[in-house]
Ligand binder design. Structure first.
Ligand code: ZN
Length: 109
């Protein structure tokens, strides 16, 4: 299982959405699932609310199990496993196991 973080670009490796890529919107550590932009869309039947006075059916991202996604390495242009490396500055980084390119960690937002 890779170290997936919010803001990562990931690819789905298993299940209904295999091959789809997107940016991680949220990581649910405890549940071991991630929410990915425009992946695993599900229909939510919602009641009318202030935000959505009409109610009705809304499309929304569902979650994907963490073991079923892989970080995309920009150099390899595919989903890869990442390994932990320590950079010169002594910071922990993730790197692609295939080509060694560091996988940039998006600034936490
Ligand atoms: Zn790579």
């Amino acid at each position: 299982m890779a170290h997936i973080r919010q803001g990562d670009t990931v690819v789905v490796t298993k299940g209904r959405e295999v091959g789809k890529r997107g940016k991680v919107k949220r990581v649910y550590r405890k549940a071991g699932r991630v929410e990915i932009e425009n992946v695993m869309m599900v229909q939510r039947h919602t009641r009318p609310s202030q935000k959505n006075p009409q109610g009705g059916i809304m499309e929304k991202e569902g979650t994907v199990a963490l073991p079923n996604v892989a970080v995309v390495c920009e150099t390899c242009d595919r989903g890869v496993r990442s390994k932990a490396v320590v950079s010169e500055a002594g910071k922990k980084q993730r790197a692609c196991v295939r080509c060694g390119t560091e996988i940039s960690t998006p600034a936490a937002s």
